[in-house]
Design a protein around this ligand. Structure first.
Ligand SMILES: Nc1ncnc2c1ncn2[C@@H]1O[C@H](COP(=O)(O)OP(=O)(O)OP(=O)(O)O)[C@@H](O)[C@H]1O
Length: 585
């Protein structure tokens, strides 16, 4: 019931259109009674009593009624279709808005295939319900009621005897609904799994090919496909059991009508014309019985799909955007972590992190993989909230900033490079209010990407990503770097952004950044000492703790973890340099 209430909360916006559509369904059902009634009159008055003068007018009325009925039916079908499209448009928009609002935590625990299933198959089930199932239920119910009333007026005895079959239809329909209900939820789940397998196979296509695992993938798909098919067969079996019963019961109406109607005619309790009217109305009794099985299935499909959509729409994001959050013209860029602890689940990932960076400084975060470097960045971007402690930007807790204003001031070039399947120009200027070609080529130059972009067949107009040319890892990194640079951020974060670049290119990019972004606070995560040695502050992270911090020279003097890595990376070159330094000292 809550899902019916839910869909009506959308339909209510079109309540005048919807009420009008319902009224004309009722009108259509009512006028559908006229032709069978006229057929009866034709038999009784024209054929049996020879009133030939009535023939033309009765036939003209029947043609007129058929025409009016067709127009009214067409009108309400179009109205329901229109309402369903409007409702779906609204739900789809709400779902998409919600997807934009949801935080990383949601995406970490939700399969992409499942989200896609909600946006496609589930939405279609809801559309079908509003555009077709609803008016069919209404049409069949009103036609049934009108027919029963008309029949009752003509002959109550025959009507009541025919209606004796109805409780059996109701019972069978109830049993069918009860048996098919769980199967629809299973089908919905299987469909989502099938979607996930396909989506992951396409996204991970290179891995599949590199490992020559096409056959393995085929088997994986085959299993899901088989599971989906079997669950659909389970539904077919339920339908197969009950549909013949419902059809047989529907035919019982005709049998009772012919049998009892015949006896009543013999007893002069019914005229031949009245039996013809009953016969003309029998479709309105039979049809709902024949349709009830299909309609039950469609309603169940709607219930299963709308549940999934409703869950997504009512999903709560953990990262709350404060009401009246601070929206500074421009954030300056000082960053402070005060006693920060953080865990994704139950395992602590960051432990008692304390550091302060002034505006314009460069901070490097250094440490083994899994030490928690990207997590620190996630907290600055407020992708997650700290478990305890505070992250301050310009001395203010980041939870007090308006999320959009905060993220607008921070630019991040991520570890996982992602390009949209669009032109390079669009990728670099992503999200900017208006395209500025000069700015795009300036950003590309800063990221040392302009040379290779100009060598591409369509230069900045080259389409990359899914349908476009393939780019090397370093080229993609440089495009994403240009995308971060063009934003003119207060805080620039380079999360392993230059790992695919050679040392000279990396040095050149860093010089460019130092020259142009003097006032921008810069966070660099890198594994190469050469990438971070000029930083104002280097934080050495180990198992979620800052174990050392200082400048390159200070850390070397400490002869701790940083020094060990330095030695490992520079080897014999290092010993010579040290000797020279000692000689100078
Ligand atoms: N979304 C997540 N859910 C649960 N645990 C996570 C999540 N992201 C990271 N972790 C865990 O948190 C720890 C720190 O991860 P993080 O990505 O910050 O490390 P990192 O130092 O950046 O590593 P790398 O250099 O490999 O990128 C790891 O143990 C990782 O398994």
């Amino acid at each position: 019931m809550d899902r019916i209430r839910w869909i009506f909360s959308y339909i209510n916006k079109y309540k005048f259109k919807f009420t009008f559509a319902m009224i004309i369904v009722l009108v259509c059902s009512a006028i559908s009674m006229i032709n069978p009634y006229l057929s009866g009159k034709l038999v009784d008055e024209v054929i049996l009593h020879g009133k030939k003068n009535l023939l033309i007018s009765i036939l003209a009325m029947m043609i007129g009624i058929t025409l009016v009925k067709s127009i009214v039916r067409y009108t309400y079908q179009m109205l329901f279709e229109r309402i369903s499209q409007d409702v779906i448009f609204e739900i789809r928009r709400e779902m998409y808005d919600k997807l934009q609002e949801l935080d990383l935590d949601y995406y970490n625990r939700t399969r992409t295939g499942d989200i896609m299933a909600r946006m496609t198959g589930d939405m279609d089930a809801v559309r079908h319900f509003v555009s077709w199932v609803m008016y069919n239920i209404l049409e069949n119910a009103t036609a049934f009621i009108c027919a029963v009333l008309t029949m009752a007026v003509i002959n109550i005895k025959l009507t009541l005897l025919m209606l004796l079959v109805t409780p059996f239809v109701g019972l069978s329909a109830y049993m069918m609904a009860k048996s098919s209900n769980p199967v629809f939820y299973k089908i919905r789940e299987k469909f989502s799994r099938l979607n996930t397998v396909v989506q992951e196979n396409i996204s991970g296509n290179r891995v599949v090919k590199a490992f020559a695992k096409e056959d393995y993938e085929k088997v994986k798909f085959e299993n899901e496909n088989q599971g989906y098919m079997e669950t659909n067969m389970e539904l077919a079996n339920v339908t197969k059991t009950y549909l013949p019963i419902l059809n047989a019961l529907a035919n019982m109406f005709t049998i009772v009508m012919v049998l009892v109607g015949g006896i009543l005619i013999i007893n002069n309790e019914l005229t031949m014309g009245e039996l013809v009217t009953f016969n003309g109305l029998i479709w309105a009794i039979n049809n709902p019985m024949n349709m009830v099985g299909f309609l039950i299935n469609d309603v169940q499909r709607f219930l299963a799909s709308s549940r999934k959509i409703k869950i997504l729409i009512s999903e709560e994001t953990k990262i709350k955007n404060p009401e009246d959050g601070i929206k500074p013209e421009r954030i300056k860029g000082s960053v402070e972590f005060k006693n920060v602890n953080f865990e994704y689940g139950y395992e602590p990932v960051l432990k008692d992190i304390n550091f302060k960076v002034e505006q314009g400084q460069t901070v490097a975060i250094f440490g083994q993989t899994g030490a928690g470097k990207s997590t620190i960045i996630n907290l600055i971007e407020r992708f997650y909230d700290v478990t305890s402690g505070e992250v301050l930007i310009d001395g203010i807790n980041i939870k007090k900033y308006d999320l959009e204003a905060l993220r607008r001031s921070i630019s991040i070039s991520m570890q996982d490079v992602f390009l949209f399947s669009n032109t390079i120009e669009e990728n670099i200027s992503y999200g900017l209010p208006k395209m500025d070609e000069d700015k795009v080529s300036w950003a590309a130059e800063m990221a040392d990407a302009s040379d290779f972009i100009q060598r591409l067949s369509d230069s900045y107009e080259t389409v990359v990503g899914e349908r476009g040319v393939g780019l090397s890892g370093g080229q993609k990194q440089r495009i994403t770097l240009a995308r971060s640079i063009i934003k003119d951020p207060s805080i620039l974060i380079l999360d392993d952004t230059t790992s695919s670049l050679d040392v000279e290119t990396e040095a050149m990019i860093q010089q460019n950044l130092n020259r142009v972004y003097k006032d921008t606070t810069c966070f660099i995560i890198a594994h190469r000492i050469s990438s971070i040695k000029d930083a104002d502050l280097i934080l050495v992270l180990d198992d979620g703790r800052i174990v050392e911090s200082g400048t390159h020279n200070e850390l070397l003097k400490k002869k701790g973890h940083y020094y060990e890595v330095y030695q490992a990376q520079y080897g014999s070159y290092l010993s010579e340099e040290e000797e020279q330094r000692e000689e100078v000292q």
